[in-house]
Ligand binder design. Sequence first.
Ligand SMILES: Nc1ncnc2c1ncn2[C@@H]1O[C@H](COP(=O)(O)OP(=O)(O)OP(=O)(O)O)[C@@H](O)[C@H]1O
Length: 601
Amino acid sequence: MAKRGDVLRNNLFMLRYVFRIVPLYAVVHLIMQALFGLFDVMWGVLLIKLVVDAVTVHHSVVPVLLAAGGYLIYGATIQTAAGYVYEMFAPIQLQKLNKAMQTELYGKAIRMDYARYNDPEYYNQFVWAASQTEGKAADVLDQTAELLKSTITVAGIAGTLLVLNPLGVAVVIIGLAARFGITILSNKAEFKSELELKPLERKKNYTSRVFYLPDYAKELRTSRIAAPLMDDYRQANAAMQQVVRKYAPRLILLRILNGFVFRTLLMDGIYFAITAYQVIVQHSITYGTFAAVTNGVWTLGWSLNNLIDTVTKFQKNNLYIRQLRSFLNDKPQMEEPLQPCEMPRSPKEIRLSNVSFTYGNNDAPTLRGIDMCIKPKEKIAIVGYNGAGKSTLIKLLLRLYDASDGDIRYDGRSIRDYRSEDYRGQFGVAFQDFQLFAASLAENVWMDRVGDEDTERQNVIIEALRKADFAGRLSSLNQGLKTELTREFSDKGQIFSGGEAQKIAIARAFAKPCSVLILDEPSSALDPISEYNLNRAMLEAAEDKTVIFISHRLSTTRLADRIYMMERGEIIESGSHEELMQLDGSYAKLFRLQAGHYLSA
Ligand SMILES: Nc1ncnc2c1ncn2[C@@H]1O[C@H](COP(=O)(O)OP(=O)(O)OP(=O)(O)O)[C@@H](O)[C@H]1O
């Protein structure tokens, strides 16, 4: 169970946040619930006593009429106010609250170290916090309001009962104290069982995702993977049933104690009998008091239940808010310079000296002793077998990771001396595992808003698409640059083939005003003619830029000024195509192998 101090601190953190963003709504909500609490006290105890005593003791109708009138006016006023507050004011204010929270989370997600995605614990924490955020801050305010309301009801009714019938109150206090303790024990057992169920639920959710999401649909239909997945699902289900069985006896006993022994038997039965004896036999209390205390005890019972329920919810929030706070407070390990250097605007030399890199959880380094000097406007190809470390090298060049050892310099300065945003701004990149976004074609290329009037920007995009060999396909699209991509928001959203999508990703790099183009496997999904066009366009588009591209097709790499051949994290050969062929090493072997393959094909 969480520490009490933590529960308070974390819930207060969230409450302060709510008060900062929507202070008026927070205050109005609390006042409304306090008024509802008072309403319960007045109606649940005082009014009943007044009305019954008026009929049985005073034989007067005036107090009854006054009470009924007051009740109606009070009820009508707060219900009308509640209608306005909760149907109109609250939805708008809650949207404002969610927007503020999500905006902060998205901003934090972008600033988060890229390396964090390799840390499953941290990544889960982020995804969990982000997915729970919607409505969570509002929940804390709702629970605070409920706490206020229940406290007013409990305190008001308990105080009134103490005055009206102190003997009966003793029974009530014993009953309520016992039920409070039992509820805490039940919550503990439920919490433990939830903790054990959580990993099993995650397993079940994974299976559901696999069976529903289109990403897995092809493999499911063309392999036997469905059977073991279903088997995992069944096993997780069986394990969940075991957990339920383990905690059930304790929970059943506690429920009987709570619901029957201390509620029905003690509070409803014995308490009722005592007060009935007082009114009928002893005549020590009036019928009005009898009706008021009996009803008061019932109201007290459910108000206390609400109170306990609310305390439990505060405890549950704690876990979420703690994760959220640690995510928000997390400081990026990749430091930004205090006095960043000015970023040069034209292509400059990129120099890597003795660069090594090990991924967080790996034992062995992925890159070792990399030395490279890329002159401004040079065209560089990086080649090598799968897993040689080519994409990792690109990620280091983009400063998505910092090198574990060695030094990367741009224009003679360590890349850590530039603001990472400015530095990355120098690169136009087509990633190997690019993503298309649910936005227009123009925005997918420009990667920012593109207005209808912005013809200059549209021309840049059209030109970039032409260079990426997409002009023919563009002219076939009715909506042209406005074509919506993906079916996320519209049934008419365009779905492109793998090669077409890759051309859009390449056009992004061409469209960006930058000094260095990085293309990771730019032609992997392209047909030979598109590949030929792309290579020509690449040279034409990048005349004034440095180009670094990774390719498995060595016919493409011939165009490069210099080729780096990588193997197991090291550069084993470098030079022009002719030099490497003369060297007759790994590159030449690979080249001949591919040429032979093409010849025999
Ligand atoms: N996020 C990661 N965490 C841990 N190890 C990783 C990660 N990404 C890559 N690796 C490991 O680093 C090695 C190099 O991967 P990298 O993607 O750089 O190779 P590559 O040369 O680009 O391969 P390919 O030609 O298949 O794209 C691989 O053995 C891979 O398992």
